[in-house]
Design a protein around this ligand. Sequence first.
Ligand SMILES: [Cu+2]
Length: 440
Amino acid sequence: MPGVLRRSASWVLLLIVAAVLLLAWLGPWRSHSREYWIKAEEMLWSYSPSYPINRMTAAPFGEKELVFLKPGPDRIGRIYRKAVFRSYGPNFDTLLDGPQPSGGANPDGGRVRRPGSREEHLGALGPILRAEVGDTIVVHVRNETRFPVSLHPHGVAYDKANEGSGYAVSSRDSTGSHRAHQVHGGGSPGHAVPAGGTFTYRWQVPPRSGPGPADPDSIAWPYHSHVNEVGDTSAGLVGAIVIHRRGSLDERRQLPKGVDRQFVNLFTVTDENKSLYLETNMREFLGNAPINPEDEEFVESNLMHGINGFVYGDLPGLTMAEGEHVRWHVMSMGTEIDIHTPHWHGATLLENGRRLDTTEIFPASSRTLDMTPDRPGMWMFHCHVNDHMEAGMHAMFTVRRRHGNQMDRTVRRAPYVQRWSWRSEASQQGSFSDQCQDAA
Ligand SMILES: [Cu+2]
């Protein structure tokens, strides 16, 4: 090879090596655009798939619990029509994650939140939206419910068009003088996506959206529909955004580096009396029975004290192994009774450097805690407010024993007697109210 050619070939080689090294160096600083395809959808949701067995006692429910769960001529029971967020592949083609009607017998539900999946414990919550500081989050929302909905995020950065919330603000024109115009949601259709409509939200994730100096390397924010805020959130249109410090998200496992499990738990008294679907539920489950929706006992029966939409120990999927690094994000929504104190049996946790086994959350606030479980077994995880405990705000978490690298699978949830599919459950509930109507 002539010298000139040889020299230029080695220059090319040198340039390629330099480019590869530069790309590798830039890798952690490259910002991502994280794209999500989310549908708002209606479904029948059961707060208590193990009904009539109380999983916390392995015995049939008693009078006190049946107030909330048992359908009757003047009681909706444990199944309600709700609206939830679910995530899909590009162009909304394949269902990826989201609540499924309890029982899993629905045609598309078998693939999502299945036993053993990372998302199983999310229950009625929308899919987790994940990002790192420096990223942009793009969320395409399609509204398949009968009401207008929006997607309003907490914590991340947005302009008025992407706030997902409409209220009257005045604006200045180009001369700087105040215009009397009221601008709702920045004039953007994103503040209320109509039934059948689609909108794309764009949010930035600057450092002020990520963990603060005393936080662990990931924190959670709620997101929810904000058209009729009380009605929307009571209907179920709620989920979580988890923001990671730059470079701390393990992209393959979609978990923070060094964390083995991550759970997000929403403690809330879902007020079905305030849901967008109250009238629909009354029609669907009570027919034309003359019921006063303000009757005190009827109102009480529709207060569902749940964790991720499940009551009395029915939340599945809180499973881990001893010695693992487990991250818990707990949050709340609701009203003045939504003062919750999540308490873990059998373990302690660290919250921003403080050691505790009980924390406190209020509507729309969240806490992030780290646990290293050291006592294998099944442990209670519940709200420590007396009234909430009695009304069902319980779950269980399972710590499996380790044999070397193997998890012992013999620790299992207490078996419950019958397996209800949502179809049989819904038809059972339907036929019960039908019978009552026949009898009336
Ligand atoms: Cu509570």
